[in-house]
Every structure is written in structure tokens, then in C-alpha cells.
Design a protein around this ligand. Structure first.
Ligand code: NAD
Length: 423
């Protein structure tokens, strides 16, 4: 079994020690319910056919249809997809959505494809997994290097296959195809609500409000903007091209413009009109003196190699799995509070759920209504995780897993005893 999946399952084992969930439930949650691997063949613009490896995993559907993004990435692999689906299972339970967890991926570098090749690939993915997905079975969404445009193509392809418009099959769609207002920045907004709700508890109320953000895509750019607007100094930001640092604070709007113009946030330094902006290797940011560190890029970024260097007092995981389980132990020993991914970034799947609800009822909400519905969920569940952690003397991550595990176990029991009567 791979390190990433092992790490995820060790979180489950840790949580199990703090609750009375039956062993048979734990055993079931050790394996995905269903995983499909497919070869997707696509005609490229030059007339030649290329094949790509792809996966879709439905980890557990006890609490409802499975829900989880589709990632296009050159390093995507089977174990990563299964692990991400495992995390989705717990994330949906932590924010109490009527969903199980799923995930999908294609091993591809989308930056190397033309727009038409990308569209053919996205449509081919839906063909390959059409028997698995569906509005009552498994509902994909965007993830790393996929976006609203791709979700629109996928929803269109699925609708053509079934013969009627079926917007509820996928979330994160463009607004004219049934997307929800407020979905674009929902992941960051959910994290922002969690942070503000726990500000006093995690000791950040009277801090200097210096934040460092790793990754400047959908989640990273939005949280940098929200923190900046709320009076935080975003002192460093990175993307795959490198990191920029200014202790007096960076301007997220100008970072967006620089990324657009130069392809990386490091372009900010070129457009700084003589102001001294440090450009660093992307991983140097972890050692910066700050109050809040927000990993919003990829998994396994904070490991036993660099955890000891972290000076932030709080880490809020907007990315999925950015802290390895080995690093978690070091951070706990060093007194660094980690707001775990399955709580911190759950705003994304929550507004995806809102999108699905709106598609099914055919009645759409304003952006204010979406935010108004998101906020109490993030506040209620972050409060519940905090109180559980205090009561049991455990980390926020373990508390979030305990909360999720107990909800999944209750649902398994509520399904009844039909299995006893099967041959
Ligand atoms: P994205 O593709 O929009 O952005 C990813 C960003 O990370 C890019 O700026 C990229 O340059 C940067 N990056 C990648 N590797 C890096 C590295 N080693 N160092 C620094 N920067 C690096 O992706 P996203 O949608 O913002 O997702 C980011 C993370 O958040 C992922 O872990 C994803 O699973 C998680 N997440 C996203 C959503 C969502 O709604 N978008 C919801 C929940 C969780």
C-alpha cells in the first residue's frame, strides 16, 4: 500500500481509539467500495491517437451518493485517487452533507493540450465512467487543473448520453449551465468562516495577522484576497514558478495580474516599481515568520523534512492532505495548531451540494443566499470539532475524524440488518 493511503488510514485508526465504533465498521472503511481504471483514447489535433490512464473511485456511499472532484495532473495515480476519495468520505460527514466520498483523475498534463484536445479528453472521461457517475450515484466536480469550463463539457456529454439535460450530474459548472453563484470561491470562503469562528480559541485574535499562502490557484488566490480584505498582511505567496515575499504585505489583486501576465506570481517582483520584493525558491516560504500558514496547492507539502522549520502558530489546510502524518506528529509536539483539510476546505463541497440541490429543485439562489447558508454550517461544525478536541484532549484533525466516523457509523447502523439474512 502506498504512503499516502497508509497515512490516511492511520488517521482513521487514530480516531477509532477515541470512539466506540464497532470493528466491522472500521474494517469496511479500510477499502474503497468501487474503483474503476480506464484507458481513455483521444484523437489529437495532429491526427494521431493518444491514450491516457484514468480512474474514478466511490469510496463509501453509506450516507448518500458519492461526491468528489476530477483532477487532471501528470502525477495522478490510483492510490492518490483512492486516498482523495477516502478524505471526501470523511469531509462530507464532518459537514454533515448527505453524501459519501468519491474522486477521479486523468494522468495528463493539461497544459500540453490544445483547448479542443482538452474538450475531447473531458468528454471521453464521461464516456468511460458513464456507468459509474449519475446525479443519484456519483457526482463529480472540479479539482486541481480542472475548472468550470471542463465541468460544462462533462455535464453536456452526460446529458447527450442520457438524452435529456441533467445538470445535477456534475457541480462546479458555468452559471448558464446550472452552476451555483458563490461556488468559485466557496472553498476559501468556508475556510475563512472556520478561521474567524475559531480565531480566539486558536490564539490568533491578537496576533500580528501575517499570513503565508502556498499555491495561487482557485483556493489560494481566493483566501489570499479574503485575508487581505480582512486586514491581514499576506506576506508571501507561491505557485509552481516560485515564491514572492514582502513583509509589509502583498496585494492579491496585483498578484493575480502578475500571474496572468508572467505565468507565475514571481512576476509580481518585476512589476513592483522599484519596491523590494524577495523572490525565493517555492519551499523557502515554510520557514517564514508568520501567524498563519495556508497550504493551498498539493498533498504532502509539509513532511518530516520541513515540519520542524515551520514558525506559523496555525496551519489551515485548504489543500487536501498537505501535511503528512509524520509531520503532523512534529507539529503537534511543537504546539502548531492544524485546522484539518476535511474541515477547512469543506466549503467547496458544501456549495457543490447547494448547486446539486438547486439543479434538482430548478430554483436558483443569489450569491448572498449561498453565503448565508454556507456560514452557519462551517461555524456549527468547526465549533463541534473544536469542542470535541477539547473534551477528549486530541488534535483538531483527530477530532474531525472522530466526528465523521461516528456519523458514518450511525448511518451504517441505520441501514438495518439486511446483511444478516443474506446467504
Ligand atoms: P488550482 O489548480 O486552481 O491551483 C493549484 C495551485 O497550486 C497553482 O497555483 C499551482 O501553481 C500551485 N502549486 C502546485 N504545486 C505547487 C508547489 N509545489 N508549490 C507551490 N505552489 C504549487 O487548484 P485548486 O482548485 O486551488 O486546488 C488546490 C488544492 O485545494 C488541492 O489540494 C485541491 O484538492 C484542494 N481543494 C480544492 C477545492 C476547490 O474547490 N477548488 C476544494 C477542496 C479542496
Amino acid at each position: 500500500m502506498s504512503d499516502i493511503l497508509n497515512g490516511a488510514l492511520s488517521q482513521l485508526k487514530k480516531a477509532a481509539r477515541h470512539t466506540n465504533v464497532p470493528d466491522e465498521v472500521l474494517e469496511a472503511l479500510n477499502f474503497p467500495k468501487e474503483v474503476l481504471t480506464a484507458r481513455i483514447s483521444v484523437r489529437m489535433d495532429n491526427g494521431l491517437r493518444r491514450s491516457f490512464e484514468a480512474w474514478r473511485c466511490r469510496y463509501d456511499d453509506t450516507r448518500g451518493p458519492t461526491k468528489g472532484g476530477i483532477r487532471f495532473h501528470p502525477d495522478a495515480n490510483f492510490e492518490e485517487v483512492v486516498t482523495l476519495a477516502f478524505w471526501m468520505t470523511f469531509k462530507c460527514a464532518v459537514v454533515n452533507l448527505p453524501y459519501g466520498g468519491g474522486k477521479g483523475a486523468i494522468r495528463v498534463d493539461p497544459g500540453q493540450l490544445s483547448r479542443r484536445e482538452l474538450e475531447r479528453l473531458s468528454r471521453a472521461y464521461v464516456h468511460a465512467f458513464a456507468s459509474m457517475i449519475g446525479p443519484d450515484r456519483d457526482i463529480p466536480a472540479p479539482d486541481v487543473y480542472t475548472n468550470a469550463m471542463i465541468m460544462g463539457w462533462m455535464a453536456d456529454e452526460y446529458s447527450s448520453l442520457v438524452g435529456y439535460p441533467c445538470p445535477a450530474v456534475i457541480t462546479g459548472k458555468p452559471i448558464p449551465l446550472g452552476g451555483s453563484l458563490g461556488r468559485e470561491d466557496a472553498t476559501a470562503r468556508g475556510g475563512f468562516y472556520v478561521l474567524n469562528n475559531l480565531l480566539a480559541e486558536i490564539g490568533l485574535e491578537d496576533c500580528q495577522r501575517r499570513a503565508v499562502v502556498q499555491g495561487f490557484g482557485n483556493a489560494g488566490a481566493a483566501i489570499a484576497t479574503m485575508l487581505h480584505q480582512d486586514g491581514w498582511k499576506v506576506i508571501a505567496v507561491s505557485d509552481t514558478g516560485g515564491c514572492v515575499n514582502d513583509d509589509s504585505g502583498l496585494d492579491p489583486q496585483k498578484l493575480k495580474e502578475a500571474k496572468k501576465k508572467h505565468g507565475s506570481v514571481t512576476g509580481y517582483a518585476k512589476d513592483a516599481n522599484g519596491k523590494k520584493i524577495k523572490v525565493m525558491q517555492r519551499d523557502e516560504m515554510f520557514a517564514l515568520d508568520c501567524d498563519l500558514l495556508v497550504p493551498a496547492a498539493m498533498e504532502d507539502q509539509i513532511s518530516t523534512d520541513n515540519a520542524d522549520r515551520i514558525k506559523a502558530s496555525v496551519i489551515m489546510e485548504l489543500a487536501n492532505g498537505p501535511v503528512t502524518s509524520g509531520a503532523d506528529d512534529i507539529l503537534e509536539k511543537n504546539g502548531v495548531i492544524v485546522i484539518p483539510d476535511i474541515l477547512a476546505n469543506a466549503g467547496g463541497v458544501t456549495v457543490s451540494y447547494f448547486e446539486w440541490v438547486q439543479n434538482r429543485q430548478g430554483f436558483y439562489w443569489t450569491e448572498e443566499e449561498v453565503q448565508h447558508k454556507l456560514r452557519p454550517i462551517m461555524e456549527r461544525e468547526s465549533g463541534a470539532v473544536w469542542r470535541l478536541a477539547q473534551k477528549k484532549g486530541i488534535t483538531l484533525r483527530t477530532a474531525a475524524y472522530v466526528l465523521g466516523l461516528e456519523r458514518i457509523a450511525e448511518a451504517i447502523q441505520a441501514h438495518g440488518t439486511q446483511n444478516y439474512f443474506c446467504p
